[in-house]
Design a protein around this ligand. Structure first.
Ligand code: ATP
Ligand code: MG
Length: 441
């Protein structure tokens, strides 16, 4: 009773939602994916409420093809699962159900209440667990932005809007539901989501939504690194990575994510390189071509590796061991903040380690490099380096021609073994017990 009164006074609830009929919002029932429709039908058939919610409703209203579908229901996970042939309960922090329908995975979540008093938080206000189930109204309130809290009712075709999401959509504004500072403290990742959504949709951040971000940016440090990594990946693969990274910088959010990124971006070569890599990634995402996260992270960190590598060589370390040590140094520092997975770091290392091998254009070495399983990625990386002015354009042009040429042309293209290099190589090789395969410094 008192709780409800306080909520009403704080403007946190008790409002009746706006219900907008289909002829006024324009989403046709057939626009909803078959999988999401079937999921809602099955839930409703079993006597539960079921709504399409989140990004899909938002995107359909904006005329964008939804990436995936989320369904919200009053059924509990253990009541949802038996209704479908292929369904799994997932998640620890939030338990939800993935229902597989042909090629589609529909994410079904039970209405949740972020009960401000009972919820478990850390000392910065971050919510650790909130599996308290709730009503539709409470579910709407715990969502991040007004435009993400629109519920499409497949029964009536209505859109239910508790927080003025339709009006914000029209104004192209991203607005946090409730008090922005509290909501960012509960989950600092919402600040990254704000950047990603506004870059993706071309929306402006509402002033109150934007204001606390710079001051609270440091809270991201307390979020588990794996979650930050997931969000960064979404951001970088959104097709709007350039805009997102620019906005991360503008909002002061990049510092905790990619340490030293601002330093790199201040050097003309580094800035050019990262800008080109992001633009290329966006272009690939938008034209539905595959993108390698490893390639992208390798690009984001390359100028740090390069700087560490040069510094080590200047201290007298030999080239290849120096490169290995530089890679370790940068990856160690980076993975503290951003839990880049092992599988990714292994590929990143391969891409970096191939780079010195492109300098060698005589004898058997170009042929051996061409046979390397990561040649293509290595070459694409070299092309970026050339485009940013870090290595001569002529080097990239040579490899571009070489890889497509016939055997005879390839042989003719080889550079002569240069005298001094050959002698140096021989001298170094002799004392080694077993000559190592691969590049020579
Ligand atoms: P997209 O899938 O296009 O990236 P989306 O809005 O669907 O965008 P999801 O991550 O799929 O994003 O989340 C689905 C919905 O869950 C969101 O629309 C929002 O309502 C809610 N949501 C997701 N993450 C949070 C969060 N950190 N805090 C509050 N609500 C969230
Ligand atoms: Mg989604």
């Amino acid at each position: 009773m008192i709780k409800r009164f306080i909520r009403r006074v704080l403007g946190l609830g008790g409002r009746s939602p706006q219900r907008v009929p289909p002829e006024r919002h324009g989403i046709a029932p057939e626009a909803i994916s078959p999988g999401a429709r079937k999921v809602c039908e099955a839930l409703r058939g079993a006597g539960f409420a079921a709504y399409v919610v989140g990004g899909a409703v938002r995107d359909l209203l904006l005329g964008i093809a939804p990436k995936d579908y989320d369904v919200a229901t009053d059924a509990r996970p253990e009541q949802i699962k038996p209704l479908f042939r292929r369904a799994h309960i997932i998640g620890r922090r939030f338990r939800l159900v993935h229902v597989i329908m042909g090629h589609e995975t529909v994410e079904v979540s039970t209405f949740r209440a972020a009960d401000l008093e009972t919820v478990e938080k850390d000392e910065h206000g971050r919510v650790l667990r909130d599996n308290v189930f709730g009503s539709l109204e409470e579910d709407a309130r715990r969502r991040d932005f007004s435009i993400n809290a629109l519920y499409y009712d497949p029964g009536s075709g209505e859109i239910i809007d508790y927080h003025g999401g339709l009006a914000d959509l029209r104004k192209r504004v991203l607005r946090v539901i409730g008090d922005p500072e509290t909501r960012y403290r509960e989950d600092p990742v919402r600040m990254l989501r704000a950047v990603r959504m506004s870059a993706k949709l071309g929306f402006t951040l509402d002033p109150a939504t934007r204001a606390p971000v710079r001051r609270l940016a440091g809270l991201i440090e307390h979020v588990p690194a794996a979650r930050v990594f997931d969000e960064m990946l979404k951001l970088l693969l959104s097709g709007h990575a350039s805009a997102c990274v620019r906005q991360l910088r503008d909002e002061g959010l990049h510092k905790g994510l990619l340490p030293l990124l601002d330093m790199i971006l201040e050097q003309p070569l580094g800035e050019r390189f990262v800008t080109l890599a992001l633009a290329q990634t966006d272009e690939r995402v938008r034209t539905d071509r595959p993108v390698s996260p490893a390639f992208l992270f390798a690009a984001l960190l390359w100028h740090q590796v390069l700087a560490a590598w040069k510094a080590r060589q200047a201290r007298g370390e030999r080239s290849l061991p120096a490169l290995e040590a530089a890679m370790d140094e940068i990856l160690d520092a980076q993975c503290e903040k951003l839990a880049i997975t092992r599988k990714l770091t292994a590929t990143m290392r391969e891409i970096w380690a191939l780079q010195p091998r492109f300098e060698q254009r005589s004898g058997q070495r170009p042929h051996r490099l061409l046979e390397h399983p990561r040649f293509r990625m290595g070459y694409d990386f070299l092309a970026l380096r050339a485009a940013s002015g870090e290595v001569p354009a002529e080097l990239e042009a040579w490899w571009r021609t070489y890889q497509d040429a016939d055997l005879e042309t390839r042989r003719a293209m080889l550079l002569p073994e240069t005298g001094p290099r050959k002698r140096r190589r021989r001298r170094r090789r002799k004392p080694a017990a077993a000559p190592q395969a691969g590049p020579e410094g």
